[in-house]
Design a protein around this ligand. Structure first.
Ligand SMILES: O=C(O)c1ccc(O)c(O)c1
Ligand SMILES: [Mg+2]
Length: 633
């Protein structure tokens, strides 16, 4: 697959954009004229810069308001085109993108447009150049690729072809299957973009909210399938107008772009057996069966505090690593690892960010294949030299400097715990809490990291994303995005904080960046769990009595149930899928906490309860921390 990306997709100056595009592994770039006009250097310099980075200049764009003008504007448009052809030759690109006119002067008329393009084709051909016509979905007379194709067909000139842009086709609800009727040599370049499904003005939607394929809700896969069915083997070029990306990290956005194309082509290759899709085969998205472990990095003091919290939750310290300062806590099928090593990744993480859940182990069918796919998608492998006799678990770097391990049933991994840990007898005899599994893991990040994380997980794992929801924190909004698989083996909530005054923002400040803010553990009898934990000294999060009054009103619950919920500080939710019960720990001064859930058929995450829980957790934060955290900008 030949990949390209428009400079408009990336933040920074032109040299910064070009460097980021090259570093992410693209083959080419589309130069947005604005990026050239604002650059303090001539065309030869830009040409050299692009070539020095091993890139091709795939497109020069956009050339606007060209077709169906009356005289004298028509002649002026041709003169303008000739000047830009001069520039294209200096820049060393052969393709100009002409987008459909929005000029109030444009007369319209398919044959008039075709005649204009025929003449433009003649002029381009004299210089060995080509012109691609793109229907902007808000174009004045042409806003549908089928009309643009009819104009190109009637222009009947080898130097005149089409530019197809997934956004314009899909945002307008045009069936992408209509592309199959276009001959491949008339498609000069394919532009790809996704977008969230929001009903709004097309131009505004396109210019501000496009995102990488897979990050939005448009059927970009179906669009690419139709393109591939024509036999098209040219560039797939990203053109992403996005306010956040314009202000984001050029490297991250470019890297995400490449990842989105690799993932998209892999998906199309799988969906289209028999059609030549320009993508190298790689292992399929991994189905995660469960979270094998969560590992905390800590020092002795923080490890003792964590041990106390785990004991109160009914965990037992059941193992000690044979050669490392690492403890294993267990309950039901839950493994919590506490790492107090003075070297290695856990220690680096602790020094840089304090105590945190810095690593997670996921159960997959084939750990090596999962690593292989991750690397094909541009993930960074994590390979720390194991101690002699220890297992080398396939792993990658995750979001915010974390580590994700892959565990399968292969011979070397199946005995992970037995092999590396010796059983210990825990002197703390507190009661089991009836906790069974890790229900979900919640990661907190800044809002502009949300799409990157979403793409990271959805490209690597077989998961679906739920609609994004807004969670109201007294200090601001938090955008919450769930990704999960059908069987519940992987459930992640990704929470993007808009500012630092939210509980999520406080966590980000304390941890110096994104990370796991809470872990939800499942019980099949949360009332029993709540009383066992109370006896263990667990301090639940105190919920406002107002909440329980409202609960009684909202769900018409029997008074006795409301009383029991209030006594145990449980939160409750109900929908068509079933009933949900939640019990929260208080947040530590870093903002980390545990959640306990019981699902009675319920499929959601209790989003309706989040504002109550967050308000209560903020009240429970240590008073010294509170004012400082809440006054930070
Ligand atoms: O928003 C625009 O003007 C614009 C310009 C060029 C494109 O290729 C496009 O898709 C949109
Ligand atoms: Mg476009």
């Amino acid at each position: 697959m030949k990949t390209s990306i428009a400079t408009v997709s990336i933040s920074g100056t032109l040299p910064e954009k070009i460097a980021a595009i090259a570093a992410a592994g693209f083959d080419g770039l589309e130069l947005f004229e604005q990026d050239f006009l604002t650059f303090d250097g001539d065309a030869a310099t830009v040409r050299r810069m692009i070539a020095d980075h091993g890139l091709r200049l795939t497109v020069f764009q956009p050339f606007r308001d060209f077709e169906t003008l009356p005289e004298p504007q028509r002649q002026a448009a041709f003169d303008r085109a000739e000047r830009k052809f001069d520039l294209m030759q200096e820049l060393d690109t052969d393709l100009m993108l002409v987008c459909s006119s929005i000029s109030p002067l444009a007369l319209g008329g398919i044959d008039r447009a075709a005649a204009d393009f025929h003449e433009l084709g003649e002029r381009a051909a004299r210089r060995g150049l080509k012109v691609g016509y793109e229907a902007l979905c808000w174009g004045r007379h042409v806003s549908d690729h089928r009309d643009a194709w009819e104009i190109v067909r009637r222009a009947d000139h080898p130097s005149i072809g089409l530019v197809l842009d997934s956004f314009h086709t899909l945002a307008k609800g045009i069936d992408p299957q209509t592309i199959r009727a276009i001959p491949k040599d008339k498609i000069f370049i394919i532009q790809l973009a996704d977008a969230p499904l929001i009903h709004m003005d097309l131009l505004h939607w396109s210019r501000h909210l496009r995102n990488m394929p897979g990050e939005g809700d448009l059927q970009v896969g179906a669009f690419v399938q139709a393109v591939c069915a024509t036999g098209y083997d040219g560039y797939f070029s990203l053109e992403i107008f996005n306010d956040q990306f314009r202000g984001g990290s050029a490297q991250v956005v470019a890297h995400d772009g490449k990842r989105s194309l690799v993932q998209l082509m892999d998906q199309v290759r799988r969906d289209l057996p028999g059609v030549a899709v320009p993508a190298a085969p790689m292992p399929d998205r991994a189905l995660v069966h469960g979270v094998e472990f969560v590992e905390f990095a800590a020092d002795e003091t923080r490890a003792a505090a964590l041990g106390e919290a785990l004991h109160a939750l009914g965990f037992r310290k059941s193992g000690r690593h044979r050669s490392k300062s690492v403890d294993l806590y267990r309950q039901g099928q839950i493994n919590i690892v506490v790492n107090t090593e003075r070297q290695g990744m856990a220690h680096s993480s602790f020094v840089a960010r304090g105590a945190s859940a810095y690593a997670i182990g996921l159960q997959v069918d084939d750990a090596k294949a999962t690593l292989e796919r991750a690397v094909a998608l541009g993930a960074t492998p994590f390979d720390q030299e194991p101690n002699p006799g220890d297992i080398r678990m396939p792993a990658i770097r995750g979001i915010g400097g974390s580590v994700i391990y892959f565990v399968d049933r292969s011979a070397d991994l199946v005995q992970l715990w037995e092999h590396e840990f010796v059983n210990v007898e825990d002197s703390d005899r507190r009661a089991d809490g009836g906790l069974e599994r890790i229900d979900h893991v919640a990661q907190t990040m800044f809002i502009d990291e949300l799409l990157t994380s979403l793409l990271f997980y959805t490209s690597l794992f077989a998961v679906k994303k739920l609609p994004m929801v807004d969670v109201v924190d007294p200090g601001g909004l938090v955008r919450s995005q769930v990704i999960e698989n059908e069987r519940g083996g992987l459930r992640l909530t990704l929470n993007g904080a808009e500012n630092r005054r939210t509980l999520a923002g406080h966590f980000l400040t304390e941890l110096f960046g994104a990370g796991i803010q809470h872990i939800a553990l499942s019980s099949s009898d949360i009332f029993r769990t709540a009383s066992a934990l109370a006896a263990n000294g667990f301090k639940p999060l105190a919920v406002s009595p107002n909440y329980y009054d409202d609960l009684a009103a909202r769900f018409a619950l029997p008074p006795d149930l409301v009383r029991r919920l209030a006594e145990a500080s449980l939160l409750y939710d109900r929908d068509d899928s079933g009933e949900f019960f939640q019990l929260y720990s208080r947040a530590g001064d870093d903002g980390f906490f545990f959640e306990i859930v019981e699902r009675r058929g319920y499929k959601g995450y209790g989003a309706a309860n989040a504002p109550f829980r967050i308000a209560a957790q903020k009240r429970s934060l240590p008073p010294v921390t509170l004012p400082r955290a809440l006054t930070q900008p």
